[in-house]
Design a protein around this ligand. Structure first.
Ligand code: MN
Length: 282
């Protein structure tokens, strides 16, 4: 497989000051990754200009990702929260464009949090209407939007590939795709192969993560099955390594994701091993 290989910036740093930008982008490029995924933790305060300069210097592409919060939940019954969410997504899209990036994904469709009830009657429709507007803006910028199904403890709206496909069908935007993640699939899908085949050409982005989100190849995810299914649908999109440890922390996101354990403390070693694992398996 010749898919572009990516790495999540949180392998390197939990903040995005100039020194972090130099370190995260420089280190990813040095190891031969094609892409760095930059989480837009706060799109209203994001140094896109400097980031772009460093990306260009290091000859590496960026993609962006984010998850909404309770106050910006576009699936909420509260119109004020939906309005805030739409505004945040627009700002994030603008930052993605300023970075020169062609992809923005994540939990863009609801809050990234544990819900204590199933989605309300209109949640799916509310979210779809706002994502449709976002996709129209993104299309003019040449940007693709990805919906990442996450496990039941991180959203109540889209937990599986088939739900993401249902959302895409309702939204009717050609630049909207499914962004799968092996860590979440391990919890929610019946099997990896069927879900990947079901997405087919709608699969646009993929997070490679172990069941414990630590060292790749040290957990029990069946990556052989995943890569073989990707070959069968001729998936040519990015494969981005995602891993979290309490040794590199962005407090809000780490708490939301339940990153309590120190699964690694040497970013360089983790990244190097992930790169050679992906090179050998794909
Ligand atoms: Mn993910």
């Amino acid at each position: 497989m010749k898919n572009p290989l990516g790495i999540h910036a949180l392998v390197w740093t939990g903040t995005w000051e100039r020194k972090d930008i130099d370190f995260a982008i420089g280190s990813s490029s040095k190891l031969g990754f094609d892409i760095i995924e930059i989480p837009l933790l706060n799109p209203y305060n994001f140094d896109a200009t400097y980031s772009r300069k460093v990306l260009e210097k290091n000859q590496i592409q960026a993609v962006t990702s984010l998850g909404l919060s309770e106050d910006t939940d576009i699936s909420s019954d509260d119109p004020e929260k939906r309005k805030n969410g739409a505004k945040l997504l627009s700002k994030a899209l603008e930052m993605t464009f300023q970075l020169g990036s062609k992809y923005m994904g994540g939990v863009l469709y609801s809050a990234l949090r544990k819900y204590h009830a199933p989605p309300t009657k209109n949640a799916f429709q509310y979210s779809s209407d706002i994502i449709r507007d976002l996709c129209h803006k993104a299309k003019k910028m040449g940007i693709k939007i990805g919906l990442e199904p996450v496990n039941r403890y991180e959203s109540n709206l889209i937990n599986t590939a088939s739900k993401a496909l249902e959302f895409i069908e309702l939204t009717e935007c050609e630049n909207l795709c499914v962004h799968l993640d092996s860590y979440h699939m391990n919890i929610e899908e019946s099997n990896y192969r069927e879900s990947i085949l079901q997405c087919g050409r709608k699969l646009g982005y993929f997070h490679i993560g172990e069941n414990h989100r630590g060292y790749l190849g040290k957990g029990h995810i069946n990556f052989g099955e995943i890569f073989s299914a990707m070959k069968d649908i001729n998936y040519q999109g990015p494969l981005t390594f995602e891993s979290f440890s309490s040794s590199v922390v962005e407090p809000q996101l780490s708490n939301t994701l339940g990153v309590w354990r120190n699964l690694w403390d040497d970013s360089s070693n983790l990244a190097k091993k992930a790169k050679s694992y992906l090179d050998s398996q794909t």
